[in-house]
Design a protein around this ligand. Structure first.
Ligand SMILES: [Zn+2]
Length: 57
């Protein structure tokens, strides 16, 4: 299996699978989504430096 293509955000507890055409995000609950979904649902509220999906502006 392509374990190397998977990242886990230790802060948010989600798994990000790198895929051509858009990464797939697996949440601990609910249906899979995109990185944008992850940002809107989880990482936007986290504001911790360990998050791998932070948007630095
Ligand atoms: Zn995160």
């Amino acid at each position: 299996m392509a374990e190397a293509n998977m990242q886990v955000c230790a802060v948010c507890g989600v798994k990000i699978i790198k895929m051509v055409g858009g990464d797939l995000v697996l949440f601990s609950v609910g249906t899979p989504g995109t990185r944008e979904t992850l940002w809107q649902k989880v990482c936007k509220h986290t504001q911790k430096p360990g998050c791998i999906n932070r948007k630095d502006s």
